[in-house]
Design a binder for this molecule. Structure first.
Ligand code: HPA
Length: 248
């Protein structure tokens, strides 16, 4: 079954016919909230709001291990993550939607592995291509069916937050090869890989990164929701087409 993890601006799916909600406990603690089960265009999906249904959990306090563990426990094979980002690459702008193909991890202090030598023996998972290629392609195909423009590929820099970056940090991320910056992409992607679930992300650009474009003098949070709302509506269209394509 497909699981969708919704980020800021996507705490529910409007057209999801909800069948039930399941409160979960995991060996790693509590997930961000109950998992919502339902049908989207006749296809069964599960949904979890990464920051909690009241948007109260900051990126560095999300229990990523509990979330991924709980989704797998409930039968998720594929996980699509929806996350908002700031854009660094010059040809990206707020409102764009990107399917990243690489990640650089700048987070620290988060519980980032299931293989900590206690519950599971250490395994060095391959993470050369952090996003599941087939699931990425399904997302791109779904966007075509939905008549929505998606950008194929880009490097996602995962920063620690919750503060936004300095202009110099953004310059450094760009020198490192990052195209966009967000706070939740890691360790989520790696944990999904450790559990053997296919994982891909839909990154919604909600602002220029610090020091760039309209954020030259600062990132203005007030303008973010005006951009995020219509973009998340487009993401919902894409997800509705996606569920029919995954073969489940
Ligand atoms: N930086 C980090 N995370 C973000 C941003 C940003 O500019 N925008 C949305 N998430």
């Amino acid at each position: 079954m497909l699981a969708i993890i919704g980020g800021t601006g996507l705490t529910q799916l409007a057209n999801l016919e909800i069948t039930h909600r399941q409160v979960m406990r995991s060996p790693y603690g509590e997930p961000s909230g109950p998992i919502t089960f339902g049908r989207l265009r006749q296809h069964e999906v599960m949904f979890l709001a990464r920051h909690g249904y009241g948007q109260t959990i900051p990126p560095h306090e999300v229990n990523y291990r509990a979330n991924l563990w709980a989704l797998q426990e409930q039968g998720a094979k594929y996980v699509v993550s929806v996350a908002s980002v700031g854009c660094i690459r010059a040809d990206l702008s707020p409102g764009d939607i990107v399917v990243p193909d690489q990640i650089i991890d700048y987070t620290h202090g988060r519980a980032f592995t299931f293989f900590d030598g206690r519950d599971r023996l250490v395994q060095h998972i391959d993470f050369t291509h952090p996003y599941h290629p087939k699931l990425r392609q399904l997302i791109l195909d779904a966007a075509r069916h939905a008549n929505e423009t998606l950008l194929d590929g880009g490097v996602y820099a995962a920063t620690q937050g919750p503060r936004l970056e300095t202009a110099a940090e953004i310059n450094r991320l760009e020198r490192d090869g990052a195209d966009m910056v967000g706070m939740t992409g890691m360790p989520e992607a790696a944990l999904a890989r450790e559990l053997g679930m296919g994982y891909a992300a839909i990154a919604v650009v909600v602002n220029h990164a610090a020091g760039r474009g309209s954020s030259r003098d600062g990132v203005h949070m007030e303008s973010i929701s005006a951009v995020a709302q219509p973009a998340m509506a487009r993401v919902r269209n894409i997800l509705e087409c996606l569920v029919g394509l995954d073969g489940d």
